[in-house]
Design a protein around this ligand. Structure first.
Ligand code: ATP
Length: 133
């Protein structure tokens, strides 16, 4: 099967770089699956999983927002932050989840609800992806 090069890049540096048969991402408009030969496109991403399939192997990367760019020979995912499943610190993500839930529960108006909600979504995403490894 034909492959396509995929790069996941963050402000801190590259996180993933490989040839894969298929990459699935969570775009704001919905789930997107990309294979070699896909039309060039750009799409904003949400907090979610990037699934990278090559033969019987599937890698998972937790992505926090950003953009997907599809070019004829390469797919680039530019994210605010991204972690490969193997590098996710599960304890840290669980602590972040508990903190965000606490902030949302004790919301007395002084909390930034949107910020806590995004922190909760990032933590849940990391926990789900860490559990797939
Ligand atoms: P925390 O409250 O634990 O810092 P956060 O969601 O606020 O979590 P981010 O601002 O999204 O963290 O990320 C800051 C940096 O820390 C990024 O480089 C990100 O990849 C890394 N990071 C955050 N959480 C984890 C985690 N559970 N495991 C590994 N790296 C993480």
């Amino acid at each position: 099967m034909k492959t396509i090069k995929v790069n996941v890049v963050t402000p801190d540096g590259p996180v993933y770089d490989a040839e894969v048969e298929m990459v699935s991402t969570k775009a704001k408009s919905g789930e997107m699956g990309i294979m070699a030969g896909h039309v060039p496109t750009v799409a904003p991403l949400t907090i979610g999983a990037v699934r990278l399939k090559n033969g019987s192997n599937t890698d998972y990367v937790a992505v926090n927002g950003g953009f997907l760019e599809v070019r004829p020979d390469v797919v680039t995912i530019l994210a605010q932050s991204a972690e490969r499943a193997e590098t996710i610190d599960l304890t840290r993500a669980q602590a972040a989840k508990a903190r965000a839930e606490q902030r949302l529960q004790n919301n007395d108006g002084s909390n930034d609800v949107k910020r806590a909600d995004l922190a909760l979504k990032r933590a849940i995403n990391r926990i789900q992806i860490a559990e797939m490894r």
